[in-house]
Each structure stands twice: as structure tokens, then as C-alpha cells.
Design a protein around this ligand. Structure first.
Ligand SMILES: Cc1ncc(COP(=O)(O)O)c(C=O)c1O
Length: 384
């Protein structure tokens, strides 16, 4: 049987990983500045994580959501404490898109409304309601297209206020920091006004922290650089350090009813063991502070490399915008220097490494990046 061929692949086969490094089948070692798409939070194959999942598997790996599962309560307790949202409620699911799908459904149930506001260049996942609010017509199938999606310019308060005032919007959904869109940060004032405007107009505010959450930006959630407390927060990626899991945090005033949301696999025993291990390590190793420290260092050093580079981001969610298409630079980094990076569009390199990244790993990246950047930009200027 052939695989359904939807992914453009690098010809590299990782077989082993530890911390910020990955090895391929030939034994070549790669520095992982991409974290498997922002998923690796505590570092690859962390000892505590491997041990928690392995031990859990020996006891019980799965039972459905029809029985008591104390691990879910333990996870919720730890998450509430670390995120500073102890009074919120947690719904567990399996992926980012599923978290947003449930957040959207919940907002619609609660408000009785159908319309949603999202922003240009946003990405909220590929399931039906989430993809309709994602600003990329290429991934919206005819069945997903809907008049209920209102996609507005990013940081445009006036346009948002005008739509909200019509009284038909169930919720506004916005990323803590736009990831796939190119590391675009919502203004603090914009977020704070969004919260006021949604409240006044009977709408809810959903913060999509699927990529920007779980400590990545130097706060547990990126929106915590502001004073905003959203009604609903969605998360996934770093939550399981590679174990597929997602979650929805729901403010205390929203009441559940039996059957309102549901999932077969969400919150299973193995996922909870993975999620608890991740939170243990984030807390013990102070990874949120580390993300801020190493991220600030990386951003400062990269900005100083050239006037032709614009750096955006917070903590270890970093966009490096170049004045030329970055595909050659990425290839040079990967095939010559063995460094994985991510991308946003044609000109932005995205760095999303493990939150446990050490200073010497950052320094290794900085020296090899500077070398590749100067080589590639010089050769592009010569060939102009
Ligand atoms: C901000 C954001 N929301 C939602 C998603 C969808 O998550 P998943 O791929 O786990 O469905 C992503 C994935 O990249 C994302 O970055």
C-alpha cells in the first residue's frame, strides 16, 4: 500500500533523539531548532517522560471516558497551578485542530450564535469549523466554506468592533502569536480591547495557544504578556512532547452538560502520563524562564548579524525575516550544517526548539547560521 502523498519530505530518516538533537539512520547528528513543529517542549526522550509513559503502560494504557481516571485530575491540578488558571476547567482531546473545533462548538453552544471572527494569516487547524477560520483558501474544501467566518485584518480594532457590534458573533479566535502566518504578535492593547469588546457584545474570546503556549514564549501562555483572561484557551503541541494530545481551558462561568463535548481517546491514561511528565519537567527545570532567557539571547544575537534581517518573536518562538527567499539558506543549514529549522511563507525562518535548549546549543546555531546567512546572501547578491 502506498502512503497518501500530501507532505513534501526531506530525505532524512531520524531514528534517535535526545534533548535538542536528532540522529538519522546513518548516524548523522542534527541540531533541532524546529522541535518537530513546536511539539518538543521538554527535549526529545527526556528520562522522566520516557519512564512515566513506560511505567504507565505496564499498569493500564487506555480506558474510555466512561470511568474514573485520577490521572486526568492530576494533570488538571498541575496545569492549573503552572499556567495560573487553577479556577478554569479542562477538556482533554487529541490534537490542536480538535481543541479549536471543540472551543468553537462550545462558544456556539454558550452564545447560541453562529458567526466567528478570526484574522488574516491565522492558522487554526484543518477540521471543519477550525479550517473555515483559517486564512488559507487552499486548505478550505467546498464543504468547509461558510458565511459564518469573518476574517479581518490582524490588530484591526475598528474592524473587529464594527463586526462585534452587530451582536451576531459567538467568539473571536486569535493566536497568542501567529505561527504559520510568520510570527506576528498581537498588540497588548489590541488583545485587552478584544476582551472588553467581546464581553460588552455578548461574545467570547478564544486564545489559540496551540503553538505559542506551554511555556514556549517565556510565559506559560503568550497572552500572559497582557492582562487578558480569555474565556477559552486551546493548547496542544508542547503539551505531550510528541504524545498526541490537546486541551481546552474553559472559564469557570461556562457550565458543561453531559454529552456537550466528547472524545474516545482524549485524556487516556498514557496521554495523561505524558502530559504530567511534561509539566513536572517544565516546573522542575524552570523551562519557561529558560525559554525567555535563551530566546532573548538568540533574538539579540541574530538581530545584530545584519541590517538585512528582521527578528520577531518572544522566548523560543522566533521568526527571522530575510530580504530574500530562504529556501537555499534552509537547505544549507540542513544539509551542510545539520540544523533543522521551520519556515513561514517564502522569507521567514521559524525557530521553535525545545524549551530546554542550552546556551552552548544556541551558540552553535548562531555561529553556523551567521556563516550560512552571509554565504547565501553574498551568493544571491552576486547572481543578481
Ligand atoms: C496556532 C495553531 N492552531 C492549530 C493548529 C492545528 O494543530 P494540529 O495540527 O495538532 O491539528 C496548529 C498547528 O500547526 C497551530 O499552529
Amino acid at each position: 500500500m502506498k502512503l497518501f502523498d500530501v507532505y513534501p519530505l526531506f530525505d532524512i530518516t531520524p531514528v534517535k533523539a535526545r534533548g535538542s538533537y536528532v540522529w538519522d539512520a546513518e548516524g548523522k547528528k542534527y541540531l533541532d531548532m524546529y522541535g518537530g513543529h513546536a511539539v518538543i517542549s521538554i527535549g526529545h526522550c527526556h528520562e522522566h517522560y520516557v519512564s512515566m509513559i513506560s511505567e504507565q503502560l505496564k499498569k493500564i494504557g487506555f480506558y474510555s471516558n466512561s470511568v474514573q481516571n485520577p490521572l486526568q485530575h492530576e494533570l488538571a491540578e498541575k496545569l492549573g497551578k503552572l499556567s495560573d488558571y487553577a479556577d478554569y476547567q479542562l477538556f482533554l482531546c487529541n490534537s490542536g485542530a480538535e481543541a479549536n473545533e471543540n472551543a468553537i462548538k462550545l462558544a456556539s453552544f454558550i452564545t447560541g450564535r453562529k458567526k466567528f471572527i478570526s484574522y488574516k494569516k491565522a492558522f487554526h487547524g484543518r477540521t471543519s469549523a477550525a479550517v473555515a477560520l483559517t486564512d488559507n483558501p487552499k486548505i478550505i474544501a467546498p464543504v468547509n466554506a461558510t458565511d459564518n467566518a469573518i476574517i479581518l485584518p490582524f490588530n484591526d480594532l475598528q474592524a473587529t468592533a464594527d463586526e462585534l457590534r452587530k451582536g451576531e458573533v459567538a467568539a473571536v479566535i486569535i493566536e497568542g502569536i501567529q505561527g504559520i502566518g510568520g510570527i506576528n504578535i498581537p498588540e497588548v492593547h489590541f488583545l485587552e480591547e478584544l476582551k472588553n469588546l467581546t464581553r460588552v457584545n455578548g461574545s467570547l474570546l478564544i486564545l489559540d495557544e496551540i503553538q505559542s503556549g506551554y511555556g514556549r514564549t517565556g510565559r506559560f501562555f503568550a497572552h500572559q504578556y497582557s492582562s487578558v483572561k480569555p474565556d477559552i484557551i486551546t493548547m496542544a503541541k508542547g503539551m505531550g512532547n510528541g504524545f498526541p494530545m490537546g486541551g481546552v481551558l474553559i472559564q469557570p462561568g461556562i457550565q458543561p452538560w453531559p454529552g456537550m463535548l466528547g472524545t474516545t481517546f482524549g485524556g487516556n491514561h498514557l496521554a495523561c502520563a505524558a502530559g504530567i511528565a511534561v509539566l513536572d519537567v517544565i516546573e522542575r527545570e524552570k523551562l519557561v524562564a529558560n525559554a525567555e532567557l535563551i530566546g532573548n539571547y538568540l533574538m539579540k544575537e541574530i538581530s545584530n548579524m545584519s541590517h538585512d534581517i528582521q527578528v520577531r518573536g518572544k522566548g523560543l518562538m522566533i521568526g527571522i525575516e530575510c530580504q530574500f527567499p530562504i529556501s537555499d539558506l534552509r537547505k544549507e543549514l540542513l544539509y551542510k550544517h545539520h540544523i533543522f529549522t521551520g519556515v513561514s511563507g517564502q522569507q521567514v525562518i521559524r525557530l521553535l526548539p525545545a524549551l530546554s535548549m542550552k546556551k552552548e546549543e544556541a551558540d552553535l546555531f548562531l555561529s553556523l547560521f551567521a556563516q550560512s546567512f552571509h554565504e547565501v546572501s553574498a551568493s544571491l547578491k552576486k547572481n543578481k
